[in-house]
Design a protein around this ligand. Structure first.
Ligand SMILES: Nc1ncnc2c1ncn2[C@@H]1O[C@H](COP(=O)(O)OP(=O)(O)O)[C@@H](O)[C@H]1O
Ligand SMILES: [Mg+2]
Length: 264
């Protein structure tokens, strides 16, 4: 592999407030060194896209950010959130996930009503007041641009929703817990173009309140919605910059090859 100067390309000196960052994050699946030294900073209220070929480590990196890779890998390095390294054994991972929430590739609504999909976790966390629950159902469904479509069917099964609606419900479910950071792993890859456009619109709206980190293999999607883009290649973050720079003026040949489709 070519030698790259990671320090130069990897760390953006951002003046904007950061929601979170990683320092020298390394991940091992047994003997497989899957992530080498990822240092990335995520500005508040911005969308950052993680792009790169299949197997480059995007999902691995994303899952580390809310400690979801703990059980399947060894994760070294720092994950800094609110001035704390949350990659420490003493940190309560359930607390972390209230602040940093994950939406998966395949929509996975619970086999419950639409309403209960939203209220389930809230009730688990001790919110019992009916008015507060009703308000949270409406506001989170509105945030996910789903309210108008489902407001008369709140007690119907979530399993009857279309794929795109189900994914927006999953986004609403995350938002209902009022997290800070939303992590999304290819949230639209199983959806048709119209549903994908709705998800993208939803993310644009959510950006006002949340910090969004999204893995996508769809480069048009990254260029449409992301403020910043990080290019992953074989377990390294090779380049991280404003999205426009990544797509119009990449500094590294591997990035250029990937975005222009000349990639093995
Ligand atoms: N659960 C797992 N167990 C073992 N190895 C894994 C696991 N998940 C990912 N890997 C390995 O980590 C590397 C990066 O994979 P992944 O993070 O899924 O990449 P991407 O999301 O960019 O396609 C690959 O070598 C993959 O085989
Ligand atoms: Mg992946």
């Amino acid at each position: 592999m070519e030698k790259y100067s990671f320090e130069e390309t990897n760390i953006l000196k951002l003046s904007r407030k950061l929601a979170m960052e990683t320092e020298n994050l390394q991940v091992f699946y047994g003997a497989n060194h899957a992530m080498f030294d990822a240092s990335l900073q995520f500005p508040k209220n911005r969308i950052t896209a993680l792009i790169g070929a299949s197997g480059s480590g995007k999902s691995t990196y994303l899952r580390c950010l809310n400690r979801m890779n703990d059980r399947i890998s060894t994760v070294k390095g720092k994950i800094i959130y609110q001035d704390t390294d949350i990659n420490q054994k003493s940190i309560n991972v359930y607390e972390v996930r209230k602040h940093i929430s994950m939406v998966f590739q395949r929509p996975n609504p619970f086999a419950k009503s639409i309403r209960e999909n939203i209220t389930f976790a809230l009730k688990e966390h001790g919110i019992k007041d009916k008015e507060i629950l009703a308000e949270r159902v409406e506001s989170s469904l509105r945030s996910a641009a789903l309210w108008d479509e489902v407001k008369d069917d709140l007690d119907k099964s979530a399993l009857a929703l279309s794929g795109g609606q189900a994914q927006r419900l999953c986004i609403a479910r995350s938002v209902a817990m009022q997290p800070d950071v939303l992590l999304l792993d290819e949230p639209a890859s199983a959806l048709d173009p119209i549903s994908t456009a709705k998800i993208e619109e939803t993310l644009q709206n959510l950006r006002e309140k949340y910090t969004i980190i999204i893995v996508t293999h769809n480069m048009q999607q990254a260029s449409r919605i992301a403020d910043y883009t990080a290019f992953f290649h074989m377990g390294h973050v090779l380049e991280y910059d404003k999205t426009n720079n990544i797509f119009t003026n990449p500094k590294i040949k591997a990035t250029e090859d990937y975005i222009s489709g000349n990639f093995g």
